[in-house]
Design a protein around this ligand. Structure first.
Ligand code: NAX
Length: 325
């Protein structure tokens, strides 16, 4: 018998897109909430993409997932977010030819203001929100500022893909497995300015030693620009790996973690990051909340790298300041 107490109502925006296509099937199979937790899936799309979203819904139905109780396809924000317990905000406005960065920020600010308001009004009071659509950190900031009745800590942005990329690059360099490493984190913005940090990294509990030239000249730029590298090689942007990282993020948020993970969360001023910005930090998840790892001694190099990425977050925030309540 289905335990309706634990049923999750999961809203995925941009459900007809590339990431949505990879993400929905992982959620449906139980990878996020658990193999015994039923899900009501809600697919939000813009009107022109509704037919494609209906096609995805048909494929979900054809998979006969034991955990999927219902599938809803809609372009209506109230229908999409009523009772939502977990929201993956993936859909966003892509940058098109001739579009300035400010235009992109503004177009997305409108989308995420409206979705923040709808979450505030209609979602479950303990909803967990993960923003994937770019610029993810600033979109999460906008959504949270438009949801005054929800705790800002309920809004996060995806930097787990950057975290997973950092683990993978380190493991490949040392001829090891990603799972052997702990205390890796990526600070800042989900952009080329991010700082993948190996200062505190451990392998099997012992500090990781890496050559400075590899670290600063290869590792950091490679992780930070991996999205562009994927586009160049695959001819399309990261989709399955982004979906997988989104699954990891929400899974760990719900189930908790021992080791550090990277999550972009609303800053409480830790490490000099301006309060309110949505920034990547070393975090652990406990009791359904992300907690920023405290008490780390940061070198001048670390502080400079973090400050550079935070400056970009501030500039993005300032560009949409007129739309922030
Ligand atoms: P696609 O263009 O394939 O899909 C986006 C979908 O969103 C489209 O179907 C579109 O109709 C829909 N959409 C647009 N506006 C919407 C709105 N207001 N409400 C609901 N749906 C809306 O992009 P995809 O490859 O799936 O990527 C989605 C987003 O993820 C992009 O912004 C992308 O830049 C971002 N990414 C973020 C990553 C991260 O780590 N944070 C990594 C991967 C990816 O680059």
């Amino acid at each position: 018998m289905v335990d309706t107490q634990s049923t999750q109502r999961v809203t995925v925006t941009g459900a007809a897109g590339n990431i949505g296509y990879a993400l929905l099937f992982r959620i449906a199979s139980g990878d996020v909430f658990g193999a015994d937790v039923p899900v009501d899936l809600v697919l939000l799309e813009i009107e022109p993409a509704l037919p494609a979203a209906r096609g995805v819904a048909m494929e979900l139905a054809d998979s006969a997932f034991p955990l999927v109780r219902s599938i809803t396809v809609t372009a209506d924000l109230e229908e999409a977010f009523t009772g939502t317990t977990a929201a993956f905000l993936v859909g966003s406005r892509p940058r098109t030819k001739g579009m300035e960065r400010a235009d992109l920020l503004n177009a997305n600010a409108e989308i995420f203001s409206a979705q923040g308001k709808a979450l505030n009004q209609f979602a479950a009071r303990d909803v967990k929100v993960l923003v994937v659509g770019n610029p993810a950190n600033t979109n999460a900031l906008i959504a949270s500022r438009n949801a005054p009745d929800l705790d800002p800590q309920q809004f996060t942005a995806l930097m787990r893909l950057d975290h997973n990329r950092a683990l993978s690059q380190l493991a490949q360099h040392q001829g090891a497995q990603s799972v052997e490493y702990s205390q890796v984190a990526v600070w800042g913005n989900h952009s080329a300015s991010q700082f993948p940090d190996l200062t505190f990294a451990q392998r099997g509990g012992a500090p990781v030693e890496v050559e400075t030239s590899w670290y600063t000249e290869e590792f950091i730029p490679r992780v930070a620009k991996r999205g562009a590298e994927i586009i160049e090689v695959r001819g399309a942007s990261s989709a399955a790996s982004a979906a997988s990282a989104a699954v990891d993020h929400m899974h760990d948020w719900v189930h908790g973690t021992q080791d550090w993970r990277t999550a972009a969360v609303v800053s409480d001023g830790s490490y000099g990051v301006e309060e309110g910005l949505v920034c990547g930090f070393p975090t652990v998840a406990r009791d359904g909340r992300w907690h920023i790892v405290q008490g780390l001694e940061l070198s001048e190099f670390q502080q400079e790298r973090i400050a550079a990425s935070v400056a970009e977050l501030q500039a993005e925030r300032d560009a949409v300041a007129h739309l922030l309540p």
